[in-house]
Write a protein that binds this ligand. Sequence first.
Ligand code: GTP
Ligand code: SPV
Ligand code: MN
Length: 594
Amino acid sequence: MTKNHDLIHWVNKWAELMTPDKIYWCDGSEEENQHLLNGMVSSGMAVRLNDKLRPNSYYFQSDPSDVARVESRTFICSESREDAGPTNNWHDPEQMKTTLREHYKGCMKGRTMYVIPFCMGPLHSDISHLGVQLTDSPYVVVNMRITTRMGKEVLALIDHSDIFVPCVHSVGYPLEPGQPDVKWPCAPIERKYIAHFPETREIWSFGSGYGGNALLGKKCFALRIASTLALDEGWMAEHMLILGITNPQGEKKYFVAAFPSACGKTNLAMLTPTLPGWKVETIGDDIAWLEFRHDGRLYAVNPENGFFGVAPCTSMDTNPNAMLSVSKNALFTNVGLTPDGDVWWEGIGHDMPPGTMDWKGRFHEPTHCEPIAHLNSRFTAPASQCPSIDPDWENPMGVPISAILFGGRRATTVPLILEARNWDHGVFMGSTIGSEVTAAAIGLKPGVRRDPFAMLPFCGYNMGDYFAHWIEMGKCTRPELLPKIFTVNWFRKKEGQFLWPGYCENSRILAYIFDRCNNERKTENTPLGVIPATGEINTEGLDITTEQLEQLFRIDPDEWKDEVDSIDEHYNKFSHLPAELHNELEMLKINLGL
Ligand code: GTP
Ligand code: SPV
Ligand code: MN
């Protein structure tokens, strides 16, 4: 228990409304974890994997209606609609609370309410933030134990702090006396709510047990609420991986990269370079908190403690560090289960063992064409188990950033790599990123959508003000201390095939960026920005033709006319667009002769 009376009062108030059978305060210990996991195995929610193949690891199948984030049920409840901006679902905060209180009434009947004290960021960093999540899902508890710092030590910090972000979560499936539980309790989509109250810094989530809807430290706190804190306090909360890269001479730099969901952050953060002598180390794979420090440089901290990564196509070839991270003490959701008690997914690197069960619990005929693993099936694993984890990954100061990368999935139009001419041009690039929609969220129309800074689903306030915040941050230091900014696109296609091999071969692009940060390498100016001069990307040992390379850098005037029209349309949504970005767009039009 705690000495913090505000916390006790808050927990009791919610218990009165949600009427759980029991209240349990999580201490984060291994015994507690085992107890919860054993309980889920007994209830049929979890399967313990074969200990010889994958020690202390567990398998889960969600309800088929609860497999990813639901953007249509995610709300920013600011006092004024304008403060949520044109890209968020706005709802009046009082009305939302009234609606949700009705849903929460009695919603934990027949269940235990777990109290999870957690910390986003290293325990004693000045950029870290505390939270407490209430949940009736033991699955959420065991996941939060991996993805955040959670338990007794954090509660001790909360004892002495009156600031914590209160997070309420229920799967929305109360049990009447004698009513048997289901494998994955949740509410139907129209009764799911992932609600954020940016002014009072609260998160209320109802009806989903999956990923970012339910592990509230991640997208809800470390991005949506944190982005509003960051705006007020002069820092940045971003959907970015953080990596360290060392060249063959032993010089080290750190990069961050913002790609939309399921567009390659985890893979890039952990890559094993194919270029001899280069080394890449991982600080984080999904979220970065960034702050300018006394030396005028931008520093990044990973607020998370583990990975919640996309399983399909993860293999010893594409991402050996992820495969090794999940070799023990891991959780798997919605992948396949093999007859010998291990996991399998498409692209894992070996054939499916006969008799493998799919994520819906079915055994397939060989002719069946639905995938065994859901496209958004995920693994949860402690960051500390990653062989490439950086020695400074928990440094409370963070690591100094030399380059910022933006990217997305673009089959056409966008070159393999483009360098911004300066900070404002880089902000323009970030604000106009487009990407083909992926399986990481439910119910989105297929096709390219603008996903500025990969933050479209994660910005807790008006995106126009967020753009302005980026422009302002560029004024915090001397221009020569600002990170260089790049756009990358691993996903350009010709005749349905990726032109660039991607994955570990992306080290060739990272090496080029590294040298650009030292103002080395020959470049060429284009209407869009700066590209490498011919021969500056090391393609030794790659099976790639000169024609393919040309294709990767091709700037097609017709495609760019459409692109500019689409950017115009995107910008027209914002009444708060900073003048600098208007100017950048006008300059692009002039450069393209439009
Ligand atoms: P979230 O966890 O949703 O934020 O995703 P993420 O950005 O971390 O993406 P992740 O690295 O998990 O990759 C998502 C999908 O893209 C996986 O199926 C990968 O196999 C695939 N992918 C990643 N990097 C590359 C690449 O360089 N080239 C190609 N073609 N595919 C890639
Ligand atoms: C994403 O969608 O960007 C994720 C997965 O990282 S989730 O945690 O579900 O948001
Ligand atoms: Mn993500």
